[in-house]
Ligand binder design. Structure first.
Ligand code: HEC
Length: 139
């Protein structure tokens, strides 16, 4: 076999090998984010329907949302290195804002609910602004 063919076959093999965990990672982060999006949509519905139970339940689900799976966590830490703690702080901030929102909903306080919802949305976009493009690159 010529060395060119050998190189081609090797890289084709490597691509096959590398493509699947990367896609699994992409899918896991996207699934996780879609879960958060559905929670936010349900909260907005709760706000517009004056359904404070719906707001509180969905805010609580965001407080305790699952993390990325083990493969995704590994790929994130490989890409972000020493910035992993910053990434985690941004994620913790989402949980904290969601907790504040849950409390405001339990108090039936519309003004606080609106403020907390706004703060929570900002916490989501803060991580997106910093890391979304970068983590999309590892897909
Ligand atoms: C700690 C970081 C971080 C936080 C906090 C975060 N996200 Fe994301 N989000 C990401 C990354 C990274 C992507 C890009 C994923 C990709 O394209 O593979 C993303 C993508 C998304 C997407 C697009 C998914 C798709 O199918 O393309 C949605 C929707 C989303 N996030 C919603 C949210 C919501 C809602 C919150 C807050 C409740 C939130 N995110 C908080 C990191 C974060």
């Amino acid at each position: 076999m010529s060395s060119l063919w050998h190189a081609r076959l090797t890289s084709a093999f490597l691509c096959l090998f590398l493509a699947s965990p990367a896609q699994a990672l992409d899918q896991d982060i996207k699934d996780l984010m879609q879960e958060l999006l559905r929670g936010m949509a349900a909260i907005q519905e709760g706000i517009l329907m004056d359904d404070y139970t719906k707001i509180a339940t969905n805010a609580e689900a965001i407080v305790y949302h699952r993390g990325p799976n083990a493969d995704a966590r590994l790929a994130i830490s490989n890409e972000l290195g020493i910035e992993v703690p910053t990434f985690q702080i941004l994620n913790d901030s989402v949980r904290r804002k969601a907790r504040t929102l849950k409390q405001a909903a339990e108090d039936n306080d519309q003004k606080d609910v609106l403020n907390a919802y706004n703060e929570l949305t900002k916490a989501c976009t803060r991580c997106h602004n910093n890391y979304r493009k970068r983590l999309r690159r590892i897909n």
